[in-house]
Design a protein around this ligand. Structure first.
Ligand SMILES: Nc1nc2c(ncn2[C@@H]2O[C@H](COP(=O)(O)OP(=O)(O)OP(=O)(O)O)[C@@H](O)[C@H]2O)c(=O)[nH]1
Length: 287
């Protein structure tokens, strides 16, 4: 497989980390969102350090993009790591109530500590954090029950952080904390690029698309409980089995786009991101 060589634009990481630290200072509970297609690659190793002694709720979003047997496998795997994963679909609201409940429960301990110190109980304060594009805003809007995240959250536009009251017991920051994806690990970076969970990073679509085809072949070979069979062949009428990802991309470009490989690469990546290739996971729980 080719190395995709995915790079951040300069200055992005430190700015994102500074902003994230500001947000984390204000809260009691951290709602960490990951992408169900790549729950490991959407983990940042520094999260435990950033969360410190605060409570954390682990959310695996886009549960609709993986098959139920795989969701169950991830559930088991996380439980074995001593974690409780909450699976959500922030687009249709599945699993959202359980998250509010978990966040409130995390606050019970907080208020007990306040009471012990002679302080008055107060609403739990929470923030949603995660890699770019994992569904943080959609999740906040679902938790609050209306659109609170401004669409104009463009880079460089600093805005005042505000609390949104979800109930007497729970308040949420109206802007999510963006975790800068960790690009030192190029295997993870590749998966982030395929899923578009990578933010303002530079990469080569053609290398990323060929690597994607190679990954699909590998996972397909492991059995159909994890993904729909022949995902690529059924959509493009071109079987990837006898060739490398790179050859597949070139053949696909020849057959569809008069040899325009860039266009073919974009098409494959966009189809995957829109779910048009079916529920293809890029990661399976380690054995
Ligand atoms: N299929 C599916 N799509 C989702 C889900 N949650 C969010 N999305 C879509 O994913 C895209 C990104 O969602 P956002 O909520 O903007 O993600 P974000 O993490 O706030 O993104 P950034 O602002 O880039 O950090 C949007 O097109 C959402 O509609 C989900 O559970 N399932």
């Amino acid at each position: 497989m080719t190395t995709p060589d995915i790079q951040w634009y300069p200055g992005h990481i430190s700015k994102a980390e500074k902003q994230l630290a500001e947000q984390l200072k204000l809260v009691d509970v951290v709602l960490e969102v990951r992408d169900a297609r790549i729950p490991l690659s959407t983990h940042h190793p520094q999260v435990p350090q950033w969360v410190g002694s605060k409570s954390r709720v682990l959310i695996i979003n886009r549960v609709d993009t993986i098959l139920p047997p795989l969701r169950d496998r991830w559930h088991l795997w996380f439980q074995r790591q001593g974690e409780t994963p909450y699976f959500t679909n922030a687009q249709d609201g599945t699993g959202i109530k359980a998250i509010s409940k978990a966040a409130k429960e995390a606050g019970i301990a907080l208020n007990q500590r306040r009471l012990d110190r002679g302080m008055r109980p107060r609403a739990v304060r929470a923030v949603v954090i995660g890699f770019p594009n994992v569904g943080k805003s959609a999740l906040i809007n679902r938790l609050v029950g209306r659109r609170v995240v401004e669409s104009a959250r463009r880079a460089g536009v600093t805005k005042q952080l505000r609390w949104v009251r979800i109930s007497d017991e729970l308040e949420l920051l109206d802007a999510p904390g963006v975790i800068p994806s960790k690009l030192e690990d190029q295997d993870a970076a590749l998966k982030l690029a395929i899923c578009d969970d990578i933010g303002e990073a530079a990469y080569d679509n053609q290398r990323v698309a060929s690597a994607f085809v190679d990954m699909v072949k590998e996972i397909e070979a492991m059995g159909t409980a994890w993904m729909p069979p022949e995902a690529l062949r059924s959509r493009y009428k071109l079987d990837p089995l006898p060739m490398t990802g790179e050859d597949y991309l070139h053949n696909f470009a020849e057959s569809r786009y008069e040899g325009d490989v860039e266009r073919a690469a974009r098409q494959i990546l966009n189809d995957f991101r829109k779910g048009l290739l079916g529920q293809i996971p890029l990661e399976l729980p380690p054995e």
